[in-house]
Design a protein around this ligand. Structure first.
Ligand code: SF4
Length: 893
């Protein structure tokens, strides 16, 4: 539709507001209550314009065809000025003393010519709340516009805030009463980011010294891949805010990406290489350290062959860095012994999705959540582990989408679910087969889709004969009636999305779990179609997708090209100028076994603290100790680094350039905001230097040159370059050429399997690797907490530690009462591998007989307990099922 703004005609979409029309015409009117992330509220009434002779609030007035709008109408401007005078009149002196770049209110006053002295309203003494480490409240500056409340409600979905008081005394406050720290706030920072006056602020912006530059980069915590603006002051990170124009996070973030950046300038950072001499790690120069490592590696290779050396590459590092690591191992050392921590989380997704659909990646873009009307959320707790995804999912459910949660634990989203299935840990395959059977029996299958685009239906039907809902109830404890309800919700939804996480993959039969879950989307035609919601794994670490995409895997070259693929191997050999060994290398758990039996002599661990995060800690530590040479490349002296022979100090994601790939296959830019401390270097430079010390040149002097080479060797990345990403923003792979826009949705024409059809999986239920028994009567599950990340190496060096200072073991009240244990008491947990002590939390979140804890804290090392049981296809550990005993602390000492 066409409207006229100050004499200029512009075209705006149906439903556009006058404010959008003004902006489309390149104009501006001051606003205070408006935020593009929120629904318009029209609360402040200062965006007054004249439309067709009437003075109206532009943010809430829809434009009509042919409207003539004036932003310079004297009557409207005078009314806006008077309104703003009234707003300002109640504020204290310092409200207008903030620099304009920190306060929309100050900018509005400048635009409309309003000063503090124009008018005096009633002065109500305000109060400060500094209780929270990140969110600081000064009610003297609050104008009760309600943006903070609406951010919390409409974007984050926590509903932690409200406006309290009346008239001039109206201000924001936590809805629970009490201090901000004690409130329900999850510190996503949305309220602070939206506040137009500085009433809500954060430490980095309470410091009024100017910000020198703002760098847009990608979050280095989880796989959502939020774009962040890094505000740099005097060479240091002053604050991090969500990027408002990012298509991924749309101006939202979580407590980790938003606030947990203090680790960057921690005094604990490694600033120089270390070499173990006489039992102690001592500082060394880079030349010394590189020469030391190169000499030892060459000697080991000469004596024991290239397969006596292995590298664990890093899901925290960039694509370019992972590419370089695997190139060094394959082209310089001469082995395929390279793996990354996707082995420990989503390798069953890679194997399962490849077997079912032909490609190892989530099938649909995050943006599709906007049209989903049923989520099947399985084995994932996104409001804690992937908070921006969790928030968006919650909003969609509030808007009316149905939700089926499959999780033994009562996660937050279970409170919003239509059906919450709580299977016994280890029984996922039975539950998914039960759902498949109901879908088929009750006519929810898409017969046309199945006939044209899927195979192996008969084999699946055979397996499903043994998976009636009643039989599934016996195996899993999920009531048959609930299973049927869940299947009906999923099967009858127009657009249904499967979203899943490590609760599906980290099992002895994790690949079967992924495949039987994927069956549901195939049966109902929800994958590979325009209207379907697909199958979407929530990737754990920031670049766990990219590390695998780049070939940091023992059996795949970059772009998931198999070592058995002659054409791919020839392409890589041509580019690298070497002959490749085509035998698959060692997986991470096999590396530990090889170290323990003497086959592996050297292990290079990049950006992982395997002594904390990998299962069966005592065995991992024994494997580290068995190697002749262990190199740890990290930000901090981790548990692994403390056992290493050489430590390389590495740069964090805020100190490097490159790209990450997020959970929906978006390749996104990472940009250096600050310099690494001391002699610490980006992994990219360290790997290049290491190659040089070994007498080789990897031919990729810069990250953008590496991406160009990736495009040449991996067809799925053929159209991606840094220059293009800088120009157009994130691109979903596959993107095969410079004019390929990328592929947000996979398999629309055909599946990438040999036959072009989806492969239904006929996999029956098998018991987990370990189960509870009379001696170890509880099942321990591990997972994540909102405030911390993985080994906690970064988050425990920030004020997130004030929000969650220690781990606690979740135990059901009935179990606690039976054992005479009470909340906050320390308890002892023992498995067949070891024993730990940890504080208790008595909660209904876990079912009787089940326990839950995270492994963020070295003081409560859950992996001392976990077992070597792993997925039969991919060797992904069974972190989700460990048989343990629980008792009072000190019971067995
Ligand atoms: Fe970072 Fe994930 Fe939080 Fe986004 S949701 S800010 S990617 S940790």
């Amino acid at each position: 539709m066409k409207v006229e703004v100050d004499g200029h005609t512009v075209t705006v979409p149906e439903g556009a507001t006058l404010l959008e029309a003004v902006r489309a015409a390149g104009g501006a009117v001051p606003t205070l209550c408006n935020d593009d992330r929120l629904s318009p509220s029209g609360a402040c009434r200062i965006c007054l314009v004249c439309a067709e002779g009437r003075t109206v609030a532009a943010c809430v007035t829809p434009a009509a065809e042919g409207d003539r709008i004036r932003t310079d109408d004297p009557r409207s401007l005078a009314a806006a000025r008077r309104t703003l005078e009234l707003i300002v009149s109640e504020l204290s002196e310092h409200a207008l003393e903030l620099p304009p770049e920190r306060s929309e209110l100050v900018r509005a006053c400048e635009t409309l010519g309003v000063t503090r002295d124009n008018f005096r309203g009633e002065q109500i003494p305000g109060r400060r709340d500094d209780s929270h480490p990140y969110v600081k409240l000064d009610t003297d500056l609050c104008i009760a516009c309600g943006r903070c409340v609406r951010m919390c409600d409409e974007v984050q979905g926590t509903f932690a805030l409200e406006l309290v008081g009346r008239g001039f005394a109206t201000v924001v406050a936590p809805g629970s009463g009490g201090s901000w720290l004690e409130s329900d706030c999850v510190a996503c920072g949305g309220c602070v980011d939206s506040c137009p006056t500085g009433a809500l602020s954060e430490p980095g912006f309470l410091d009024l010294r100017p910000i020198e530059r703002v760098i847009v980069t990608t979050c280095g915590y989880c796989g959502v891949g939020c774009a962040l603006d890094v505000h740099v002051r005097e060479g240091e990170v002053a604050a991090v805010t969500p990027n408002h124009s990012s298509p991924t996070n749309r101006g939202h973030a979580c407590v980790k990406g938003r606030f947990a950046h203090g680790f960057v300038h921690s005094p604990d950072r490694l600033t120089t290489p270390l070499i173990r001499r006489g039992g102690d790690l001592e500082p060394a120069s880079w030349d010394e350290a590189l020469a030391f490592v190169a000499g030892r590696l060459l000697r080991i290779r000469e004596r024991h062959g290239p397969d006596s050396i292995a590298t664990i590459s890093s899901a925290r590092a960039t694509n370019e860095e992972n590419y370089l690591v695997q190139k060094l191992m394959r082209a310089v050392i001469g082995t395929n012994n390279v793996d990354n921590c996707s082995r420990l989380c989503h390798s069953p997704s890679a194997a399962g999705l490849t077997a079912s659909f032909g490609v190892s990646g989530g099938t649909n873009p995050f943006d599709d959540f906007d049209r989903v009307n049923c989520f099947l959320l399985a084995g994932a707790n996104p409001t804690e582990a992937h908070p921006v995804v969790g928030a968006r999912m919650k909003q969609r459910v509030i808007q009316g989408a149905s939700l089926v949660v499959v999780d033994p634990r009562r996660i937050e989203l279970a409170g919003y679910a239509d059906v919450h299935l709580r299977p016994r840990p280890g029984s996922n395959v039975a539950v998914f087969n039960g759902l498949a059977r109901v879908l088929l029996e009750e006519g929810f299958a898409d017969e046309t889709f199945l006939a044209e685009r899927a195979e192996e239906l008969d084999a699946l039907r055979d397996v499903l004969r043994d998976h009636s809902p009643e039989r599934v109830e016996e195996i899993s404890g999920v009531p048959a009636s609930e299973l049927r309800r869940a299947a009906r919700l999923y099967g009858s939804a127009g657009c249904a999305s499967i979203v899943y996480g490590l609760g599906i993959t980290e099992h002895s039969h994790g690949t079967d779990g992924v495949r039987t879950l994927a069956n549901l989307a195939v049966l109902t035609g929800q994958v590979g179609t325009d209207g379907g919601g697909g199958v979407n794994p929530l990737r754990g670490q920031n670049n766990v997708q990219g590390a695998s995409d780049m070939g940091a895997l023992p059996d795949y070259l970059p772009g998931y090209q198999r070592l058995t693929d002659d054409e791919a191997v020839a392409r890589v050999e041509r580019e690298w100028g070497v002959r490749l060994d085509r035998r698959p290398g060692l997986r991470i758990l096999d590396m530990f076994a090889a170290a323990l039996d003497g086959r592996l002599k050297a292990l290079w661990v990049i950006g992982e603290d395997i002594a904390q995060t990998d299962p069966n800690t005592h065995r991992v530590e024994a494997a580290i100790d068995a190697c002749e040479l262990v190199i740890s490349q990290d930000l901090f002296l981790s548990r692994t680094a403390r056992r290493a022979d050489v430590v390389f100090p590495a740069a964090s994601f805020l100190e490097k350039d490159g790209t990450f790939v997020n959970f929906d296959r978006r390749v996104q830019r990472v940009r250096r905001a600050v310099s690494p401390p001391g002699d610490a270097l980006p992994d990219f430079e360290i790997v290049n230097l290491m190659a040089g010390a070994l007498g080789a040149d990897l031919g990729c002097p810069t990250p953008d040159a590496a991406m160009d080479e990736i495009a040449r060797v991996a067809p799925d990345f053929g159209g991606i370059s840094h220059a293009r990403l800088d120009r157009v923003g994130p691109i979903h792979w596959p993107c095969r050429s410079a004019d390929d826009p990328g592929t947000p949705t996979l398999h629309l024409e055909r599946f990438a399997t040999a036959s072009g059809k989806a492969q239904l999986a006929a996999r029956g239920y098998l018991p987990p690797g370990e189960d509870s028994d009379a001696e170890y009567p509880f099942v321990l599950m591990t997972g994540r907490r909102l405030e911390h990340y993985n080994a906690g190496t970064m988050t425990r060096r920030t004020s997130n530690l004030d929000l969650l200072p220690q781990e606690r073991l979740e135990v059901n009240p009935a179990d606690a009462a039976r054992l005479g244990l009470s909340a906050a008491e320390r308890a002892e947990v023992t498995s067949r591998r070891g024993r730990i002590e940890v504080r208790l939390e008595v909660t209904e979140r876990v079912a009787p007989g089940q326990l839950f804890m995270a492994f963020h804290f070295p003081e409560a090392l859950a992996n001392v307990l976990t077992s070597d049981a792993c997925d039969d296809v991919t060797s992904c550990p069974e972190y989700k099922v460990t048989a343990v005993r629980l008792g009072p602390a000190g019971a067995t000492s």
